[in-house]
Design a protein around this ligand. Structure first.
Ligand SMILES: Nc1nc2c(ncn2[C@@H]2O[C@H](COP(=O)(O)OP(=O)(O)OP(=O)(O)O)[C@@H](O)[C@H]2O)c(=O)[nH]1
Ligand SMILES: [Mg+2]
Length: 407
C-alpha cells in the first residue's frame, strides 16, 4: 500500500537554511529548464514527460531540459522517470531522501538547472503541458515572469467542488490582506505553473514553506514585467492530492514569515512585536515588585527596575531578530555594548516623551487618559524605531583594510 499518510511538508531533519539559485557561470546550450516536482505520481509521470517532450522537441529542439524532483516516492515515481531517460535524453531525475516539500523540491531542481529560463509544472497532468509554450512566448516577448492563471477569462478550474473554490479564493484573500503588495501583482498568486528568468532569483536567499513558491518569488525576487496566460486546471485523473490541513498551516506561516521579513514595514512590525513583549514584562514585573500583595517596593524603584529589564529584553530581541542583518555586520561584544547603550538612551528619552505627551494630551487637551496614553505610545514607538534604526543599528561603511592594495 502507498504511503498516503505522507506529509508534503518539511522533513523533520530538514534544516531551515535558505536556498539560493546560482547565476550561470558557463554558457549552456540549454535555455529552458522545466522542473516537475513529484510525490507518488507514478500513474501520470510518464505520460506527462512524453507530452512535454513532444511539444518542446517541436518548438524548442535541443534547448530545453526536464528535471523531475521526486521525494523518494514509495510508488517508484523516480524509478519510472529514470527508465524514460533513454527515450527522452533531455530528462534529468533528482531523488531527494533528506528533504521534503513541493516548493523546496522546485528550488533544488532550479539549483541543478542549466537554463537561463526556469520553470515549474505539476507532475499530475492537471496543468496542460502545451501551456508551457505560451508561457515561453511571453518570456521571449520580454517578461521576467510568465504565470499560468486560472483566474483570467481564458482560465478556469474545470469541475472543482464549491468548497474547494471557496478555500482557494479564501486563501488568496487572506494572502491579499497580509501581503497586498505581493499577491496583487498577479491574478493567480497561488499558481504552480510559471516560467521566470534566472536573474530574477539568482543569489537571493529563499525560504518558502510548503506549496506556494510563486509567492516567495513575487515577494523576494527581482521581478519586473509579468505576463499571464489563462489555462484550465484539469481534474486529477490519477493518484492522490497531497494537500492536507498542514499545507494550509504552512501557507499561513509562509505569509506571516514574509510579512515580518519584507522591507522597512517588516522591521517595524518586528520592532513593535518586541516592544509588546517588553510591555508585558514591564507590567508583570511592576506588579510583582510594587503590589502590596507581592514585594510592596516603592513605585519609582519598581518602575525603574521593570523598565530597565524590559529595555534589556527588547534590546536582545531587536539585536537577534529585528535588526539581525545589521548586527551581523558589526560583530563582537564591544559593538553589542555600544548598541545597547544607544538603545537604552533612546528608550529612556522615549519614556520621558511618553510621559510628556500623556500629560499634554490628557491634562491640556482633555483627551481621556487611556486614549492619550495609547496615542503617546504609538508616537513613541515610531520615535524609538526611527532613532534606533538610524543610530543603534546604523549600517556603517566598512573601514578600508590598510593591508589591502585594493582601492
Ligand atoms: N517533490 C515533491 N513534490 C510534491 C510534494 N507535494 C506535492 N508534490 C507535487 O507537486 C505537484 C502538485 O501537488 P498536488 O498535490 O497535485 O497539488 P494540487 O494540484 O494543488 O492539488 P490537487 O488538485 O488536489 O491535485 C504534484 O506534481 C505533486 O506530486 C512534495 O512534498 N515533494
Ligand atoms: Mg495536483
Amino acid at each position: 500500500m502507498l504511503d498516503t499518510a505522507f506529509a508534503s511538508s518539511t522533513h523533520p531533519k530538514t534544516p531551515h537554511i535558505p536556498i539560493q539559485i546560482p547565476a550561470l557561470v558557463q554558457p549552456s546550450s540549454i535555455q529552458l529548464s522545466l522542473v516537475i516536482p513529484t510525490y507518488n505520481e507514478a500513474s501520470s509521470i510518464c505520460s506527462l514527460i512524453r507530452q512535454l517532450s513532444t511539444h518542446l522537441d517541436t518548438h524548442l529542439p535541443g534547448i530545453y531540459e526536464l528535471i523531475v524532483v521526486d521525494d523518494n516516492s514509495p510508488d517508484y515515481t523516480a524509478k519510472l522517470a529514470r527508465e524514460l531517460q533513454k527515450e527522452v535524453p533531455q530528462l534529468k531525475v533528482i531523488c531527494r531522501h533528506q528533504e521534503r516539500g513541493l516548493a523546496t523540491a522546485v528550488l533544488r531542481g532550479w539549483q541543478a538547472a542549466q537554463g537561463e529560463i526556469l520553470g515549474v509544472i505539476d507532475g499530475d497532468l492537471q496543468h496542460p503541458p502545451e501551456i508551457i509554450l505560451k508561457l515561453w512566448q511571453q518570456i521571449q516577448a520580454g517578461a521576467d515572469l510568465a504565470v499560468g492563471s486560472r483566474y483570467l477569462k481564458s482560465g478556469g478550474v474545470s469541475h472543482w467542488k464549491l468548497s474547494r473554490r471557496i478555500v482557494s479564493r479564501g486563501a488568496q484573500l487572506i494572502g491579499l490582506a497580509i501581503l497586498p503588495g505581493v499577491l496583487s501583482r498577479v491574478s493567480d498568486p497561488l499558481s504552480g505553473l510559471f516560467l521566470l528568468r534566472r536573474k530574477t532569483l539568482a543569489g537571493i536567499p529563499l525560504s518558502p514553506k510548503g506549496y506556494k513558491l510563486l509567492i516567495e518569488v513575487l515577494a523576494r525576487g527581482k521581478v519586473g514585467s509579468i505576463a499571464e496566460v489563462g489555462y484550465i486546471f484539469q481534474e486529477r485523473q490519477n493518484g492522490q492530492s497531497k494537500i492536507q490541513l498542514q499545507t494550509c498551516v504552512q501557507y499561513l506561516q509562509h505569509l506571516i514569515h514574509l510579512r515580518f521579513s519584507l522591507g522597512p514595514f517588516g522591521s517595524f512590525l518586528r520592532f513593535s512585536t518586541v516592544g509588546l513583549s517588553g510591555t508585558i514584562i514591564d507590567m508583570a514585573l511592576l506588579y510583582l515588585l510594587h503590589d502590596p500583595r507581592n514585594l510592596g517596593w516603592g513605585l519609582i524603584v519598581s518602575k525603574l527596575i521593570s523598565s530597565e529589564v524590559a529595555i534589556l529584553n527588547n534590546f536582545l530581541w531587536n539585536d537577534l531578530w529585528t535588526f539581525r542583518s545589521v548586527a551581523k555586520l558589526q560583530p563582537g561584544v564591544l559593538n553589542r555594548l555600544k548598541r545597547l547603550v544607544k538603545f537604552n538612551i533612546i528608550c529612556l528619552i522615549g519614556l520621558s516623551l511618553n510621559s510628556f505627551l500623556l500629560i499634554l494630551l490628557s491634562e491640556h487637551l482633555g483627551i481621556h487618559y487611556l486614549l492619550a496614553n495609547l496615542i503617546a505610545i504609538g508616537i513613541v514607538v515610531f520615535w524609538n524605531f526611527y532613532l534606533n534604526s538610524k543610530l543603534s543599528w546604523r549600517v556603517t561603511k566598512a573601514k578600508p583594510n590598510p593591508s589591502s592594495n585594493n582601492p
